[in-house]
Design a protein around this ligand. Structure first.
Ligand SMILES: Nc1ncnc2c1ncn2[C@@H]1O[C@H](COP(=O)(O)OP(=O)(O)O)[C@@H](O)[C@H]1O
Ligand SMILES: O=c1ccn([C@@H]2O[C@H](COP(=O)(O)O)[C@@H](O)[C@H]2O)c(=O)[nH]1
Length: 201
């Protein structure tokens, strides 16, 4: 199994890049695991308590479960990936049965911060988009898809997102094998990654 890690700040385009990579590959050959599915369960908290969580800090992620699942997939065992709701800021209680594939892509803002997980990646990619571009994309996406308003996005950005990005995410570029510039749609980089995957299939 080839395991590819794709990191980068919120709104840089990780999900978009992954979808473009897999869209033109044979169905069922490449699997995706999103770090977003592994936000810790917060059912013991009420909504007002949950919105105060710093979701941009590594401690908000259940890395133990993520590593356990990736190890299981490596030995050909399917896993039940949790389903996460950004609207509720919590796991939904549902899971998605995820089968091992020849190539597994793991994507998420903080995936290179955990040494054990980082060591499991055969290829590490970092998607870069400028800070202002990412904030604009996040604003539009979170308002249209994640039930947020302007105030929520901007105050989270100032209070936690930007400081955590500078402390934990940006320094992870050091570990990347390749940085994908994504201020504009980058079809060349996507073609390169797709051809690396195709060689493995
Ligand atoms: N290169 C790009 N140019 C313009 N918009 C983009 C680009 N890449 C992604 N987007 C848009 O930005 C938003 C965030 O992208 P997404 O892939 O969800 O980022 P991430 O997974 O890194 O948070 C989405 O609405 C997406 O359509
Ligand atoms: O309950 C939650 C969990 C996370 N977030 C924010 O999501 C982004 C990471 O997701 P991307 O898809 O990579 O943008 C992170 O910056 C958290 O602040 C949230 O708002 N609520």
């Amino acid at each position: 199994m080839l395991i590819i890690g794709i990191a980068g700040g919120t709104g840089c385009g990780k999900t978009t890049v992954v979808n473009k990579i897999i869209n033109e590959l044979p169905e069922g050959e490449v699997g995706v695991i999103s770090q977003d599915s592994y936000y810790k369960d917060t059912s013991h908290l009420n909504y007002d308590e949950r919105i105060k969580i710093n979701f941009d800090h590594p401690r908000s992620i259940d890395f133990e479960l993520l590593v356990e699942h990736l190890k299981a997939l490596k030995i050909n065992t399917p896993v039940n990936q949790p389903v996460y709701s950004f609207v509720k800021h919590n796991r939904t209680g549902d899971t998605v049965l995820t089968h091992p594939r020849k190539v597994m892509i793991v994507e998420g803002i903080l995936i290179f911060t955990n040494p054990e997980l980082r060591e499991m990646f055969d290829i590490k990619l970092f998607v870069h988009a400028d800070t202002d571009e990412r904030l604009i994309r996040r604003l539009k996406r979170d308002i249209s898809e994640r039930g947020r308003d302007l105030d929520e996005v901007l105050s989270r950005y100032q209070m936690t997102l930007k400081p955590m990005h500078d402390q934990f995410i940006e320094p992870m570029k050091e570990y990347a094998d390749m940085i994908i510039p994504n201020n504009k749609h980058n079809t060349v980089a996507i073609d390169i990654v797709r051809s690396i995957i195709t060689q493995k299939l």
